[in-house]
Design a protein around this ligand. Structure first.
Ligand SMILES: [Zn+2]
Length: 350
């Protein structure tokens, strides 16, 4: 059976009728019987969290684990919140086929493991350490959904992966049609990543201002994961050490760069990097607090992120992911927590 939705379709802001048929969107009324899911309200092409690690067990200093049951639970939390697409920049295990293929499962883009260059001063238990970073990055991108994840740095007081190494990764991965996400949490790490043409810079603590022009020119995305850092801030602020002070100033810079990135034409995207799962609405609020216009912040967790990931939005023949809200999320972003309707891959979740 087909479904019918009428409402203000974002980002255009035009009231339209749309139908869902065989997992696709159409603006032409189909012949058969249809069930109306919503009349009135605001329609989004679903939410997106571009930085989440469901199923992960263990911490920075414990052995990494991947729990398939936990993964399924956390994916369900994303789905129920209306998150129709997810990117995993680092996953210790493989996405179980039965979860990926389940009716109404969000679209999943995994980048494989966290690859760390062997020349870094330190690494964490969850890193896959290698001195063949470019070759491994290609392998991960090809084995997964076209993305790989590298640690651009780790200890924010030590030198990052050198430019030549990062550039070699980017060239090798781009040559096979893949893209590279890089964890960066030092000024020097972000700068080398931006110079090397990394496709998405995760966190970006201490980002030097000159990165913005480089990222805009390369079409790189900035994924600040403000939710995760806001969670760590009180603990860091209480420490009073020189290292904590460096962390805090890196955090302040990263927040300031969100609005500057927007002004420079850099794509800013919403990623939570933390529990609870299905909480990208909080990241949208952090992005707005950092100075992003509300409409841009909502797009960062929806249509802009979909376009960046190569997923069509609410267009003729587009993928049948949508959420319906009673209020305009561009005016009331908090409404993103309360979808009236959720359709993922043509499956009515709510
Ligand atoms: Zn992460």
């Amino acid at each position: 059976m087909g479904f019918h939705v009428r409402g203000v379709v974002l980002p255009d802001g035009v009231t339209r009728d749309l139908w869902i048929l065989d997992g696709r969107i159409t603006f032409e009324r189909p012949r058969g019987e249809v069930l109306t899911l919503a009349e009135g309200g605001f329609v989004l092409p679903g939410l997106v969290d571009v930085h989440t690690h469901p199923g992960a067990t263990g911490g920075a200093d414990e052995p990494p684990g991947f729990d398939a049951g936990l993964f399924a639970e956390q994916i369900a939390a994303h789905r129920d919140a209306g998150t129709a697409a997810l990117r995993f920049p680092g996953l210790a295990g493989e996405v179980p086929a039965e979860v990926r293929d389940a009716p109404g499962a969000p679209r999943m883009i995994t980048a494989g493991r966290w690859l760390a260059w062997a020349g870094l001063s330190r690494s964490a238990a969850f890193h896959t350490v290698t001195d063949e970073l470019a070759a491994m990055a290609v392998k991960e991108a090809l084995a997964h959904d076209g993305w790989c994840k590298i640690m651009g740095d780790w200890d924010f007081e030590a030198p990052p992966v050198p430019y030549e190494v990062m550039r070699a990764v980017v060239e090798a991965v781009h040559a096979v049609g893949g893209r590279v996400a890089a964890h960066c949490q030092s000024a020097e790490g972000v700068l080398q990543a931006a110079r090397a043409g990394i496709d998405s810079i995760e966190h970006g603590m201490g980002m030097p201002e000159e990165c913005l022009g480089l990222m805009a020119a390369n079409g790189a995305a900035f994924v600040p994961t403000l939710t995760a850092f806001a969670g760590s801030r009180p603990r860091m602020a209480g420490r009073g050490t020189a290292r904590a002070a460096l962390w805090l100033s890196g955090h302040d810079t990263m927040i300031r760069r969100v609005r500057e990135a927007y002004d420079a034409g850099v794509t800013v995207l919403a990623g939570t990097d933390s529990a609870p799962f299905g909480n990208v609405a909080t990241e949208v609020e952090h992005l707005i607090a950092a100075g992003l216009p509300a409409e841009t912040a909502v797009g960062a967790a929806s249509w802009t992120a979909r376009a960046f990931l190569g997923l069509p939005g609410l267009a003729e023949g587009g993928l049948a992911d949508l959420t319906v809200y009673d209020a305009d999320p561009r005016r009331e972003p908090g409404v993103l927590r309360h979808p009236r309707r959720v359709v993922v891959r043509g499956h009515v979740v709510r």
